[in-house]
Design a protein around this ligand. Sequence first.
Ligand SMILES: [Zn+2]
Length: 266
Amino acid sequence: MSWYILLAVLTVFQGQALQVEYPHEAGLEAATIAWAGRDVPFVREGERWLTVIGVDLDVEPGEHPAPITLHYAGGRTQARQEVIEVKGKSFPTTRLTVAPKYVELSPEDQARANREAKETRALYARLTPHKYWTGKFHTPVPGVTGGRNFGSRRVFNNQPRAPHSGADLRASTGTKILASNAGKVVLAHDFFFNGNAVFIDHGLGVYTMYLHLSKILVQPGDLVERGQVVGLAGATGRVTGPHLHWGVRVGNARVDPFSLMEMEAD
Ligand SMILES: [Zn+2]
């Protein structure tokens, strides 16, 4: 994928994370890029400034402006226009059969699911203005780099539901699940649809999540390293069998976790 942007039209597919870079210059003290309704900060690493934006899987194909604002010593600011060209992608439809209680929700389960959706929406709205992660993002199941069903349109028990917002990785119950990069655990509990789930904040609006675990081995507030065991794979929540659902959000954008893995991030 393309991850490098430097004052040029950048082409990206729906559902991808995108690393954006800007070279350091004398006096430059801060920079932001406006994307999806918010100003995403850059962080300086040596002679460059970098950040990540997410192109949601349902963003309209076409050209989208993404202005960069540069803040210099002495209070001077300068705007640079970037254009991000989003290309459409076709996602297959998957039909699945799950326990009826996950499709026809009881009033109690519906209330719980709504509450949990609110909890995760509030999380994605928070942007930690620094970066916990370093280097590349790794697969949470060693050796498993497949599971490319991100974005598939889904029909559960003959009823259409939201598209698949992550990638399902083969993992039998008890398989160690590893943090894909350094970050802070922000949620770690049992959810109605997600089952036992761990959410990690990597900073700059990047979150990874690990769902359907049989066991959670971290707590909110824990700082984790890349490769640290955060839980064991399982089949909790709305599933057809044991696997790891690995999800990534960048801001509010649902992006393919493998696009994050392909990002150069050193
Ligand atoms: Zn899944």
